[in-house]
Structure formats: C-alpha cells, structure tokens
Design a binder for this molecule. Sequence first.
Ligand SMILES: [Ca+2]
Ligand SMILES: [Ca+2]
Ligand SMILES: [Ca+2]
Ligand SMILES: [Ca+2]
Length: 280
Amino acid sequence: MDFNGDQKLDVAVANLTGNTVSLLIGDGTGKYAAPVSIGFTGPSGLAVGDVNGDGKMDVLVTSTTNAVGVFLGSGAGTLAAATPPAVPVGANPLDLVLGDINGDTKLDLIATNLNDNTISIRLGNGNGTFGATATMATNAGPIGIALADLNADKFLDLVVANQTAGNASIYLGTGSGNFFSTPTTLTTAAGTRYVVVSDLNRDGLLDLAFTNFSANNLGVYLGNGQGSFAGVTGSTLFGTGANPIGIAAGDFNGDGNQDLVASDFSAATLTLLLATEQCK
Ligand SMILES: [Ca+2]
Ligand SMILES: [Ca+2]
Ligand SMILES: [Ca+2]
Ligand SMILES: [Ca+2]
C-alpha cells in the first residue's frame, strides 16, 4: 500500500505487545524509513483501505478492547490517531477485512470475534464512520478472515478460519438482506488460524490456503468457481515450522505461479512453499 502517494510500497504494522500501530514508508528498493508509531491498546488484525472517500489510504486495526480503531491517512505518510476513538465489535476481535458488501461503493468492515464465536458486520457510511452492527454466528474460535468473490457472481464472499473448531466457514455474498448466506463448513486441521485467497493452480478460479497452528502445516484447497473447495489430492497438507500463523501468497520466484509463505510462531521461521505442477 502506498501511504504518501510516491507510488512506492509502504507497510503498516500492528504491534500487539508494544501497543502501537506503525507506518513504515518505503523507498521503493526494499528499504524503509524508521517507523512512525501511534499508541493503541492491544492491536491485532489490520486492514487498509480508503474508508472516508478522500482518496488517501486509511488503516483499521482490531483492539483487545473489543473495538476497531480507525486511523485516517493524511496522504503524506502519516496517520491521524484513531478518531472517532473506536468502532465497537464483539469480544476479542483478532482480524478484520474491508470491502463493499452492499454495493454502495463504501467500504464496510467485518471483524472476527474470537471469544464470541461470531463475526461483526458494520456497513461503512463513507466518511470514516460505520453503521449499526449485524452479527453472524461462526464455528468455534474464529480468527482469520478473507473477502473475495469466490463464485464470480460479483458479490463478495467471506471465508473465516475457526481455530478451535479446526475448520473454515464459507459465506456466499447475497448483496442484500443480511449480506451472506448460511455458511458451509470446510474441514481443515487442528488450530486453523489464517487464510489467504489466491488462484494457486492458475485455472482462473480462486483457491484457499490456511495455516493450521496446532497441526504444523498448511492446507491447500482448490476452488471450483462455485464456492466449493477440495483439498489438493494426495498432498492436502504441507508441513511448516512449529505453529504457523500468518500466511500470504505471491510469486516469489518469478515463474508466474502463486507461491505461499507462512510465518511460524514457535519456530520463529518462515516456510516458503513454491507452487509446482503438482498443485495442478
Ligand atoms: Ca482516506
Ligand atoms: Ca458498502
Ligand atoms: Ca460471490
Ligand atoms: Ca484455482
């Protein structure tokens, strides 16, 4: 994301133990200026988008105070302190996404509430504030969340990783009413934490990959373009270092395939999984 309009990528970070949210301005060569930090209690999940319609990127961060902080971007590489102070959600929100789920072009927010076994949906007003909370049930222990159109009907769909249940919930977007259909469950593995959505086998259909914290592996599930997913035959689970948490997809070796990288919490390592023909 570019926070100061120089077309060079910058980074926003939530520092849970440091109780700060930091912005690191990049110079485009992989180097970053010293972080500029703002105090914020118990930050965890972070999402970036323009929530007040001024064309400048803003940062939203979940807090252990059961709220989401809205940090409006100046467009000059700084963030304003979270005002209004926070948008209440459920208990112990650890992750959130931004996207327009009701088709009014304003970004809406959805947070996972680990301790409530719910997600909170708040529609954006387009000025940095959000409307009333709608709540939907999840399976036990929701943490990771992703928003993408999985079945190509133009409505954003939702994937939630349920750590305690060891599965994921897939909610197809309806574009109206309560925004999402009753979820279907995808069985994953013990301690499913975070999810990434990407076309991992280059068939033009979005696929899913999850970190399984307790199982020490990644699960890869190929999409059929209609909202259903199947584990990669014979190699559904890919080993990682101990207790993988974060996951991201990208082409790390320049061969045009989407590879996966996971951050291993207990091992303090990164696991890189290069996509090969076997994923097809
Ligand atoms: Ca903005
Ligand atoms: Ca909206
Ligand atoms: Ca959809
Ligand atoms: Ca695919």
